[in-house]
Design a protein around this ligand. Structure first.
Ligand code: SF4
Length: 289
């Protein structure tokens, strides 16, 4: 561990295996830059990963790591947060298939619970790890190996879904805007409650529609307009803006009680701080014999 914290402090000996030019690399840089700027050491942060190209990052980053089943980074992150309130950050990382397909119900319930977790979704509108199938966020008409005549389903809108289910921090980033994404991640970690940052992450190998150039032609930053992220109805309208112009930035933020502020069993102390003195473990174990 170098004396001065820098982005290399979070590197493991395993080098990223992502395709050269993949949007995952830039998100990776932004995440580590954010942690360095916040002076969060690798042993003060827990990461949970699902399954997908992005989640191979479990091998490349230092911290407390849990590489979960497909669609399950969020419930694992929630459990970690319930167990230990003192970690400076609990960050769940998944792709669009992980988050809005296989793990969709976990996502909705995490929004409702307002658990203090940052969810960073690498949204490339395709299943990259399995070599290019239509995903839950692929647009209607999208052609891929699994929909050669065009996708006939409407795409999931992650931001609208988060807003309608009570998420208290809802944002969108872009892998082509690393500094902007770094600042969103810092604010997402600082936020007390459930924070979604859905990140446009071009898959340069299999998604030939949603490329870096395609996004650059469309994206603009909300903070460069007079937008204020405090009005949920306005945030909802902005979340539906997915045509020639697509907003990036913080759509909505609200301060409210988190899950463990409300739950008597966790209000005073995290699970890890509870005394085992009055718990008869033998009695509990007998039930499983
Ligand atoms: Fe990135 Fe796509 Fe390559 Fe996966 S297949 S590493 S998402 S460019």
């Amino acid at each position: 561990m170098p004396e001065n914290l820098n982005i290399k402090s979070y590197e493991t000996p395993v080098k990223p295996s992502w395709c050269p030019g993949c949007g995952n690399h830039a998100i990776w840089v932004a995440l580590r830059q954010a942690l360095v700027k916040m002076k969060i050491k690798p042993w003060e942060v827990a990461f949970t990963f699902g399954i997908g190209c992005n989640s191979n990052g479990a091998n490349f980053i230092k911290g407390y790591i849990l590489h979960a089943l497909h669609g399950r980074p969020l419930p694992c992150a929630e459990a970690i947060r319930w167990t230990n309130h003192k970690l400076k950050a609990v960050i769940a990382i998944g792709g669009d298939g992980d988050s809005f397909g296989i793990g969709l119900s976990h996502f909705i319930h995490a929004c409702r619970r307002n658990v203090d977790v940052l969810y960073l979704t690498h949204d490339n509108q395709i299943y990259g790890l399995t070599t290019g199938q239509t995903s839950p966020t692929s647009v209607k008409g999208f052609k891929s190996k699994s929909t050669p005549f065009g996708n006939i389903e409407e795409p999931i809108n992650p931001l609208a879904l988060a807003l309608s289910n009570g998420a208290s921090f809802v944002a969108r980033g872009f892998a082509g805007e690393t500094e902007h994404l770094t600042s969103l991640i810092i604010n997402g970690i600082k936020h007390r409650g459930f924070a979604l940052i859905d990140v446009f992450q071009p898959c340069i190998t299999f998604n030939h529609l949603n490329t870096f150039a395609w996004f650059r032609e469309r994206v603009y930053k909300l903070e460069e307009t007079n937008y204020q992220p405090t009005n949920k109805k306005l945030a909802w309208q902005k979340s539906l803006e997915l045509g020639h112009k697509i907003p990036l930035g913080l759509f909505y933020q609200e301060r409210k009680a988190t899950y463990f502020d409300e739950l008597p069993q966790l209000k005073k102390e995290a699970l890890v701080e509870k005394s085992l003195k009055n718990i008869n473990l033998n009695k509990a174990l007998e039930e499983y014999q």
